[in-house]
Design a protein around this ligand. Structure first.
Ligand code: NDP
Length: 449
C-alpha cells in the first residue's frame, strides 16, 4: 500500500487536525498526497511557499440557513453550503447536491476532488462544490421550488459568471437548476445565463450536458480497455445508481454493444441476464420519479429485484459505481475480482473505498478513478459556459464530439503521467499527479494568494 511521503505527513496531519471528523475530506486529501510525493521528488519547488498546504485549504467556505415553508404551512430549516476551493485556473465550478447526508466534510471532499478534475479537463475552471442537507425525496413540486428559491436567495450573492458557476449533482437535475436560475434572474435583474450550467436548452443550456457525465465515463473506460485489446461487444456491465450519471452510462455502453444487466437505487437493485430495458428505466426515474423496484412489476420476464445485498455480487465484465461515495467496499471488490471483472470505472465521486481501489490494482483490474472518468460532466458544463459567452448553441453532435475528444485527452494524459512517474497503468496516480501539477503551476505563477 502507498503511504504519504514523510515530507508531506505533517501537512496531512494538519489537515486531519484542522478538519476534525470530516472523514471523506481526510480520505480525499490522503489519496492525493499519497500520489504527490513523487512529484515533489522531481519538482521540489512545489514544496515552497506552503503551496501544498494552500491547495488543501479552501479559499472560502460559506454555510447558511435555508428557511422554507412546506405544503402544510410549517417552516422548515435546512443548512446550505458552498465551498469555493480553488480559483487558480478559472472561476469556481462544481455541482450542488441535495441529500440528507450532506455536511461540510462531504462538500469539502467534493470541492477538493473537483479542483483536480477540472484541471484535468484542460479548460479554464476552478473547483467548488455546494449543497444542502435538504431531502427532496417525497417532497412536492412546489416544496422543491420553494426550497430552491430560498437556497438561491442566499447563494446568489456569492456566485456569478466570472465568480462561481454551480451545476447539478445528486438530487439536483434540470428542474432544480431551472428554479434556481429563475430566482437568480429575479434577484439580480440580469439574464446571466453563464451563472449556472445544466440549464434547459431555452435558457442557454447545452445539448449533451445531461448525457455528458455518463457518456464520458463510458468513453474513458472504452479507451482504457481498447489499449489492452479488450472490446465491449457483448460484455456484461453493472451500473450502480439509476440517476443522471447511471442512466447515460448505461445508454452509451448499450450503444457500444455491451449488455447492461443491473442497476440500483438506495433501496435495492434490479438485474436481468438478458439486459435491462433502458427506456423503461428512464420512464420510471426521469418521468415518474419512482423507485427502481417498480421496474420488475412493469417488465416481468427474467427481470429480478433484490432489496437486500450488494449489486456488486452480480458477476460482470465491467463495473461502473455511479451512485455515491464509498458505496463499493473491499468486500465488494473481492467479489467482483472473484467473478472476473476486467474494468471498473467510477462514474460517482470516490465511490470505491481505499481498500477496494488497492484490491483492484493488485489484481490487475483496469481501474478508472472518478476524477478522471467522470470529468465529462464538468467539461461539458465548461462548453455550456463557452456557448453562453458567445451567445451560441451547438448541435448535439458537435458537443458530443468535443466531449469524446476531451475524454480521450484526459485518458491519455493520465496514462502518460503514470508512465512518466514509473507506474504504468496506474490511473489513480496519473490523474492525481496530472491534476495536481496543473493546479500547482497555476497557483505558483499567481504568487502567494
Ligand atoms: P442523481 O441524484 O441523479 O442519482 C443518484 C443515484 O444514486 C440515485 O439512483 C440514488 O438513489 C443513488 N444514491 C444516492 N445516494 C445514495 C446512497 N447514499 N446510497 C445508495 N444509493 C444512493 O445523482 P447523479 O447521477 O448526478 O450523481 C451520482 C454520482 O455521480 C455522485 O457521486 C455525483 O457526485 C457524481 N457526479 C455527478 C455528475 C453530474 O453531472 N451529475 C458529474 C460528476 C460526478 P435514490 O434515488 O434512492 O437516492
Amino acid at each position: 500500500m502507498v503511504n504519504v511521503d514523510e515530507k508531506l505527513e505533517p501537512i496531512l496531519n494538519d489537515v486531519l487536525r484542522r478538519n476534525a471528523g470530516e472523514h471523506e475530506f481526510h480520505q480525499a486529501v490522503r489519496e492525493v498526497l499519497e500520489s504527490v510525493g513523487r512529484v515533489i521528488a522531481k519538482r521540489p519547488h512545489y514544496a515552497r511557499n506552503a503551496l501544498i498546504e494552500r491547495i488543501c485549504e479552501p479559499e472560502r467556505q460559506i454555510i447558511f440557513r435555508v428557511p422554507w415553508i412546506d405544503d402544510h404551512g410549517q417552516v422548515q430549516i435546512n443548512r446550505g453550503f458552498r465551498v469555493q476551493f480553488n480559483s487558480a485556473l478559472g472561476p469556481y465550478k462544481g455541482g450542488i447536491r441535495f441529500h440528507p447526508s450532506v455536511n461540510v466534510g462531504i462538500i469539502k471532499f467534493l470541492g477538493f476532488e473537483q479542483t483536480f478534475k477540472n484541471a484535468l479537463t484542460g479548460l479554464p475552471i476552478g473547483g467548488a462544490k455546494g449543497g444542502s442537507d435538504f431531502n427532496p425525496r417525497g417532497r412536492s413540486e412546489t416544496e422543491i421550488m420553494r426550497f430552491c428559491q430560498s437556497f438561491m436567495t442566499e447563494l446568489h450573492r456569492h456566485i456569478g459568471e466570472y465568480v462561481d458557476v454551480p451545476a447539478g449533482d445528486i438530487g439536483v437535475g434540470g428542474r432544480e437548476i431551472g428554479y434556481m436560475f429563475g430566482q437568480y434572474k429575479r434577484l439580480t435583474n440580469r439574464y446571466e445565463a453563464g451563472v449556472l450550467t445544466g440549464k434547459a436548452l431555452f435558457h442557454g443550456g447545452s445539448r449533451a450536458r445531461k448525457e455528458a457525465t455518463g457518456y464520458g465515463a463510458a468513453y474513458f473506460v472504452r479507451r482504457m480497455m481498447q489499449i489492452k485489446g479488450l472490446d465491449l461487444e457483448g460484455r456484461k456491465v453493472v451500473v450502480s445508481g439509476s440517476g443522471n450519471v447511471a442512466i447515460y452510462t448505461m445508454e452509451k455502453f448499450i450503444e457500444f454493444g455491451a449488455k447492461v444487466i443491473a442497476c440500483s437505487d438506495s433501496n435495492g437493485f434490479v438485474y436481468d441476464e438478458n439486459g435491462l430495458d433502458l427506456d423503461l428505466i428512464k420512464e420510471i426515474k426521469e418521468v415518474r420519479r419512482e423507485r427502481i423496484s417498480t421496474y420488475v412489476l412493469r417488465k416481468g420476464g427474467s427481470a429480478r429485484y433484490k432489496e437486500a445485498g450488494s449489486i456488486w455480487t452480480v458477476p460482470c465484465d465491467v463495473a461502473m459505481p455511479s451512485a455515491t461515495q464509498n458505496e463499493l467496499t473491499g468486500k465488494d471488490a473481492k467479489m467482483l475480482i472473484e467473478n472476473g471483472v476486467l474494468a471498473v470505472g467510477e462514474g460517482a465521486n470516490m465511490p470505491s473505498t481505499p481498500d477496494a481501489v488497492r484490491l483492484f490494482q493488485e489484481a490487475g483490474v483496469l481501474f478508472a478513478p472518478g476524477k478522471a472518468a467522470n470529468a465529462g460532466g464538468v467539461a461539458t458544463s465548461a462548453l455550456e459556459m463557452q456557448q453562453n459567452a458567445s451567445r451560441d448553441s451547438w448541435t448535439f453532435e458537435k458537443t458530443e464530439n468535443r466531449l469524446a475528444g476531451i475524454m480521450d485527452n484526459i485518458h491519455d494524459l493520465c496514462a502518460a503521467t503514470a508512465d512518466e512517474y514509473g507506474a504504468p497503468g496506474d490511473y489513480v496516480l496519473g490523474a492525481n499527479i496530472a491534476g495536481f501539477v496543473r493546479v500547482a503551476e497555476a497557483m505558483d505563477a499567481l504568487g502567494v494568494t
